[in-house]
Write a protein that binds this ligand. Structure first.
Ligand SMILES: Nc1ncnc2c1ncn2[C@@H]1O[C@H](COP(=O)(O)OP(=O)(O)OP(=O)(O)O)[C@@H](O)[C@H]1O
Ligand SMILES: [Mg+2]
Length: 375
């Protein structure tokens, strides 16, 4: 073995078959097993404790990870029918993320690897989002463009070759997922707002309000979402509209039978629901326009025909539909991970870990958590 910086390179003759992936960067505790390029388990526990605070409370996240890490890893191994002694390597997120949350997963992985006398590798969470597109076939050809749209990041990346990428641009203010979550809060939709807005927007009119689209300088691949978010706030203020706790009503109506839904529709709340769905659709249309606009102009500029999307917002149904349609019209190929691999998950960590181990890369025990780790 030999070391360069944080990486330890070991003999390529060492056979890496069973890899455990661990993810604890934010509010999901997740573990997965990959064996011979196939995901055998992917256990994700989302911490519900944060919902009552309308956002993630770092200290509570670390504590929840501490309680969950052992049972989640055990469940992942059990589901994959893999004994600890059969593991060949462990991959774990070491940044970016919340320091306390990262440390739980990283220290657990280091100790487990040390105890089992197997290598471990530190994984950049954002890089893992990109390679979630390689979990299932078909996969993009290199070079390809990847738009990472998550709760903390909006980045456009040119992936030149395996494990080699260039950042083309990123958001100057809010991430796309962050804007979804903040608008969700304004609309009384709880946290996280993204999936709920996505659902409600299906019923709404995207042209109800024309929220601004921030394309910034057309030649750059930077993004800005705080303007769209603030426009929603001003629109609500100007129209004297306050939405509070809509989430209970929506959750109830989702669980009700058709008959009950019809009764609901006769009630005065119908007006609110229509307004709510129209606002969700109008906000979403503005975000999706910008994301697709930037992605397509990068595809033109670099003459790259394979486009991948990653991160929590890549689960968005409107983004998926419209980007797929635009790609078809232009003869591009577009790739999205399966929904369970869009938000934080151990499978993407295990996948990238497998690629790194196969390239002969592992980490030294000195590796530490880096909250602002860059791509
Ligand atoms: N269907 C959806 N439509 C829009 N946004 C969504 C959807 N599903 C999830 N999201 C958003 O995805 C985000 C969570 O994604 P993810 O777990 O990748 O982010 P994160 O890990 O918190 O941030 P990062 O990856 O930048 O560190 C949240 O902001 C959530 O609202
Ligand atoms: Mg993430």
């Amino acid at each position: 073995m030999f070391c360069v910086g944080n990486n330890t390179y070991f003999s390529l003759f060492y056979s890496i078959v069973n890899i455990l992936g661990i993810e604890t960067s934010c509010d999901e505790t997740s573990a997965a097993v990959i064996r011979d390029c196939r995901i055998k388990s992917n256990i994700i526990s989302s911490q519900l404790v944060h919902r009552q605070y309308g956002g993630i409370v770092p200290e509570l996240a670390s504590r929840a990870h501490q309680q969950l890490i052992v049972p989640i890893v055990e469940e992942a191994l059990h589901e994959a029918e893999t004994k600890k002694s059969e593991l060949d390597g462990i991959a774990v997120t070491y940044g970016p993320g919340l320091i306390g949350a990262l440390l739980v997963g990283l220290n657990f992985a280091k100790s487990m690897a040390y105890g089992l006398k197997i290598p471990f590798v530190g994984i950049n969470h954002m890089e893992a989002h990109i390679y979630a597109n390689f979990i299932d076939e078909p996969t993009p050809n290199y070079p390809f463009l990847c738009l990472i749209v998550s709760g903390g990041h909006t980045q456009l990346v040119r992936v030149n070759a395996p494990l080699n990428h260039t950042l083309l641009g990123e958001t100057l203010d809010d991430a796309a997922g962050e804007a979804y979550d903040k608008v969700g809060k304004m609309l009384g939709l709880g946290f996280p707002g993204g999936p709920v807005i996505d659902n409600l927007a299906r019923e709404g009119d995207p042209e109800f309000v024309k929220f601004p689209r921030s394309y910034l300088d057309e030649d750059t691949f930077e993004f800005s979402f705080s303007g769209i978010k603030t426009s929603v706030l001003y629109w609500l203020r100007n129209n004297k509209i306050h939405f509070t706790n809509q989430i209970t009503k929506i959750a109830e109506s989702r669980e009700t039978t058709n008959k009950k839904l019809q009764t609901d529709m006769e009630e005065p709340s119908t007006n609110n629901r229509q307004l709510l769905t129209n606002l969700c659709a109008s906000f979403q249309a503005a975000v999706v326009d910008v994301l697709i606009g930037k992605l397509l102009s990068a595809s033109d500029k670099f003459s790259i025909k394979d486009i991948a999307v990653a991160g929590g917002v890549s689960a968005n149904s409107e983004l998926r539909k419209r980007l797929t349609d635009s790609a078809r019209e232009r003869g591009l190929r577009v790739f999205f991970p399966k929904t369970e691999y869009c938000t934080d998950n151990g499978a993407m960590i295990a996948k990238l870990g497998e690629m790194k181990f196969n390239a002969g890369i592992s980490s030294s025990v000195e590796l530490t958590a880096i909250p602002y780790l860059q791509l």
